[in-house]
Design a protein around this ligand. Structure first.
Ligand SMILES: Nc1nc2c(ncn2[C@@H]2O[C@H](COP(=O)(O)OP(=O)(O)OP(=O)(O)O)[C@@H](O)[C@H]2O)c(=O)[nH]1
Ligand SMILES: [Mg+2]
Length: 331
């Protein structure tokens, strides 16, 4: 998943390392020069003492220019790998701070990157899924832009619950898109779970309400609510979604984002979080994304945790997010 981002990190650290020995040599030469001057001309006039200062200036300038060039290449490759601008600025700040530190205290750049990304993953509101699932029924609302994998993720989630011996019912609250109800029913029949549905064009919130009542009556553990895909810019559909949320009072609202849409995925995460309010993310199609930046950026921008990664089209292609596993893949 992080093939290109990993390469971008390692190219950057390599280039910075390549730059180091030269600096050291120059510094040594200067030290030698200074020592010689002290030995050879102990009593001579002072103006010469100022000379090394003038030599140091261009060297510092050269170093700065070189760093700026290395960093600007790095910046470009981070943006190309779907790292959001805000995260790029943060990385730049941290690395500059580290480079300016006194030599002995300096960490390796890959350690700086690693701890920064770990910090991004740690600075999220925690969701303890096992705790949430103890409530009966637990209501989970799935939201997101068209085609990002909501319905598929619901089917995968139902399969995940089955493995935990938890029962579920699906609410066909996508009453908007043609064939959306049949698509959910096909998954449900394969997974042997029930679907609560109304007619196309009916009130999505009413479907969710009925599914919750059904779960209460039948002692079902979890209600998974499918909703119509919508662009965050579509005010009517966003209002409808807000109504579903008000009526269903979900214990969790999960946003699915498609990793392949890169920076747009990050933008969607920001907008849905602001307009609807989300508790966690599912990043779908991670199997097809070689970049990975959307994941780090969406977490940083929303401060919400990734709960699952979609890793394919099968029901088992659904990985619980494991920060350590991701860190190992990345650096
Ligand atoms: N490779 C891959 N494909 C996925 C993944 N998740 C979903 N898909 C595919 O993405 C397409 C869209 O998935 P849906 O689940 O229908 O998306 P949706 O968000 O419900 O779409 P709308 O209802 O139209 O808004 C389908 O062809 C899925 O098989 C994933 O993790 N990996
Ligand atoms: Mg759908």
């Amino acid at each position: 998943m992080f093939k290109f981002l990993k390469k971008s990190f390692s190219d950057f650290t390599k280039k910075l390392k390549e730059d180091k020995p030269k600096e050291k040599k120059v510094e040594k030469k200067e030290e030698v020069k200074e020592e010689k001057k002290v030995e050879e001309e102990p009593k001579k006039e002072e103006p010469k003492v100022e000379a090394p200062k003038e030599e140091k200036k261009p060297e510092a300038k050269r170093k700065k220019e070189k760093f700026d060039k290395i960093f600007s290449d790095f910046e470009t490759s981070l943006l190309e790998n779907n790292i959001a601008y805000e995260v790029v600025s943060l990385i730049k700040e941290e690395i500059k701070k580290e480079i300016e530190k006194d030599h002995k205290k300096k960490k390796k750049i890959d350690e700086v990157l690693k701890s920064l990304i770990e910090r991004i993953f740690n600075e999220v509101e925690e969701v303890k899924l096992n705790e949430v699932l103890k409530k009966k029924p637990t209501v989970i609302l799935f939201v997101g832009t068209n085609g990002t994998g909501k319905t598929t993720s619901i089917a995968k989630f139902a399969n995940y619950l089955k493995k935990k011996d938890l029962s579920c019912v699906l609410a066909a609250s996508d009453t908007f898109r043609a064939a959306a109800i049949e698509q959910l029913e096909t998954h449900a029949s394969k997974l042997k779970v029930n679907v609560i549905k109304h007619k196309y064009g009916s009130d999505a919130a009413a479907v969710a309400f009925d599914a919750i009542e059904h779960a209460k009556a039948k002692n079902i553990d979890v209600v998974l609510i499918d909703t119509a895909g919508r662009q965050h810019a579509n005010a009517d559909l966003m209002d409808e979604l807000a109504k579903v949320k008000r009526v269903a009072k979900p214990d969790l609202t999960i946003l699915t984002v498609d990793m392949l849409t890169g920076n747009d995925a990050v933008h969607q995460a920001k907008m849905f979080n602001e307009k609807i309010g989300i508790d966690g993310l599912i990043l779908s199609k991670s199997d097809a994304d070689e970049k990975g930046g959307a994941l780090i950026s969406a977490v940083y921008i929303t401060k919400k945790p990734v709960l699952f990664l979609g890793t394919g089209q099968g029901y088992d292609d659904f990985e619980e997010f494991d920060k350590d596993k991701i860190m190992d893949k990345l650096l």
